[in-house]
Design a protein around this ligand. Structure first.
Ligand SMILES: Cc1cc2nc3c(=O)[nH]c(=O)nc-3n(C[C@H](O)[C@H](O)[C@H](O)COP(=O)(O)O)c2cc1C
Length: 186
């Protein structure tokens, strides 16, 4: 797929078909992640690929923790967290993305973000849909404890065959123009 087409047509997918994603394709998505730039070439990214019971255990924990939080702070403070949890429940694959950097650099997490963007674009080029899910931060400690790794969670990425594909940036998520977001100094 042409890069410009991939950049313009990739969209967040929030509805997935009940159809398995072959591990071979998941591996291609992860390999694309490993081509990302990283701070001092530290390749701080790590991935936990969840399907089946492992995914169910994680999303059950996420939902439980959200319910506990909701009782404390009230529904109106929960934002999109429950919806994101439902998407993780529906998607056939959820990839938990970690920052394994141990230098304490701010830049370590940017390496991981770059890897995630590569994942989204590669998945799109394979006809797969993704959703970058930051809502896990609502209950991040519980999810880290559940998965029990010596790293910091950066995001979850839902992955699967899209059930509905938005048309482009103009369909619900318009983009600011270059003139709105950039200045040129000389
Ligand atoms: C850091 C980050 C966190 C995000 N977290 C969520 C999330 O928790 N739930 C969700 O539905 N979308 C999430 N998104 C997706 C954004 O809502 C989406 O990228 C944005 O609305 C633009 O739409 P598009 O991806 O279709 O172009 C996140 C995106 C980023 C980059």
């Amino acid at each position: 797929m042409d890069l410009d087409e991939a950049l313009r047509k990739r969209r967040s997918i929030r509805s997935y078909l009940h159809k398995e994603v072959p591990e071979k394709l998941v591996r291609q998505v992860l390999e694309a992640a490993t081509f990302a730039p990283s701070a001092k070439n530290g390749q701080q990214w790590r991935f936990t690929v969840l399907t089946g019971t492992a995914k169910k255990d994680l999303t059950n924990r996420f939902r439980h923790e959200l319910e506990v939080l909701c009782k404390k702070i009230g529904e109106e403070e929960m934002g999109s967290t429950f919806v994101s949890c439902s998407i993780m429940e529906e998607a056939p694959v959820v990839i938990m993305v970690w920052n394994a950097g141990d230098m304490g650099w701010e830049t370590e997490k940017y390496s991981v973000a770059a890897a995630i963007q590569n994942m989204l674009l590669k998945a799109h080029s394979l006809g797969l849909g993704t959703l970058w899910i930051g809502d896990i931060f609502a209950t991040i400690e519980a999810l880290e404890q559940h998965l029990n790794k010596p790293w910091k969670l950066i995001s979850a990425v839902a992955l699967g065959w899209p059930d509905y594909i938005p048309n482009g940036p103009w369909d619900g998520r318009p983009r600011k123009s270059v003139d709105e977001v950039a200045e040129f100094l000389c």
